[in-house]
Every structure is written in C-alpha cells, then in structure tokens.
Write a protein that binds this ligand. Sequence first.
Ligand SMILES: [Zn+2]
Length: 250
Amino acid sequence: MDVIFILIIGSIIGSFLNVCICRIPRNESIAYPPSHCTNCGMRIKWYDLLPVVSFINLRGRCRNCESKISIRYPLIEILTGAIFVSLYIKYGFTIDFFKYVLLSVFLIVISFIDLDTTNVYLKTTLPGIVIGVVFVIIEYLNGNSPTQFIYGAIILWGVLAIIALTTHSMGWGDAEICLMCGIFLGTKLSIVMLILSFVLGGIVGGMLVLFKIKSRKDMIPFGPFIGVAAIITMLFGSNIVNWYISYLIL
Ligand SMILES: [Zn+2]
C-alpha cells in the first residue's frame, strides 16, 4: 500500500520536474502559466495532466493539435516514482528518506537540463545546497557531528575544482553539483559517488567515441554521470563501503 502511494506521489512530482526541466533553461517561471502544449499553446486540462496515464490515454499526442508529446515526459515520471520507491524500501519513513528524495529531485532536474543544454544553472544547484545545509543542521541538533558532511562537500568540490582548473574537461557547474552531493552524502559516500561517476563517465564517454556517436572534441555533459552515481550511492553506497572494509580486513 505504502509503495503504491509513494509511486503515485513520485510520478506526480516527476511531472512537475518535467516542467522545471523544460522551463528553467528558457528562463520561464515554473509556476506560471499553467501547463500548456508547447506546439499549439492550448492549456492542458487537469485530466490530461495525470502522470503516465494521460500520456497513454492520449496515445502520446496533444488533444488539440495532435502534435507528438515526447516519450521522455512519462519516462521521467516513472523514473522519479521508481527512485522514490527504491529509497523508501531502503530507508523506510526516516529523515534519510526525505533527505535523499530531495537530493534526487535536484539531481533529476540538473541532469536532464545538462543533457539538453550542457549548462548547469545556479538557480538549480543553490537551492539544493541550501537544503543540504538544513539537513546538516538537523543532524547537528540531533546530536550528530556535522563534520563528515562538511568534509564530503570540500572533498568533492575540491577534486572537481582541480580538474576544472587544470584540464577544462569539466566545468564549474559540475563542481557545484558535487558540492551539493557532498553536503548530502558525507565523506565516505561522497568518495564512493566520485569514483562511480568517473567510472560511468569513462565507460559511457569511451563507448560514445568508439561508436563515433561523439568525437573526442565533443563536449559530453558530466552532470548526468554525477546524478546516476549519486543515486546508486544513496541506494547501495553503504553496502559498497562495508564490502570494501571487509575486503580490506580479509
Ligand atoms: Zn497542441
């Protein structure tokens, strides 16, 4: 029952994230005007805004002008719902659940905007960083040391800043995303995330060049790799750390 409820809430939030991904790069408000068809401008009725269901019901076309609606909309709704459910199965209704749900929301928006535009917007990373700091304060008020989150942020931002300064293969936007993730994840998980993002970026980037989809000179946005790595880390990072420690002891 809980799982279905969270899946529905997640996909509704996912449908709002679609709006953010579409409008933030165009410098439009994410609250006004209400959802409208990007082709004919027709305002979309509430019954055509149901996540996933409406897309299937409309067979992926606008009710008014019949222009095609991107399959990406329902996919992002399903993705958001699936991430929320996975986090719930891992953490239950705990502070960590809400914390990681919020981090995923920011990562989904930032990653897809980066894919579309190769830009990272401060108005997406800064609110994430502020919310991360709020959770650090909550940890502190609960009697936990906040230092690991500060170290996490410094390590991730520092590594990306050095890369941005020396190689220019990554930008300051990537450093901002990493700073945000570091505050949420703390030292150990930040390191897991960093390694995963480089491995993923290396494999996928290498394949894109190998299959000549991208040339060596093309800019491949790194934000989505950070996003995927951070979500894997939220779900399996502690298992990876424990496995590694037991491996060291043996
Ligand atoms: Zn239309």
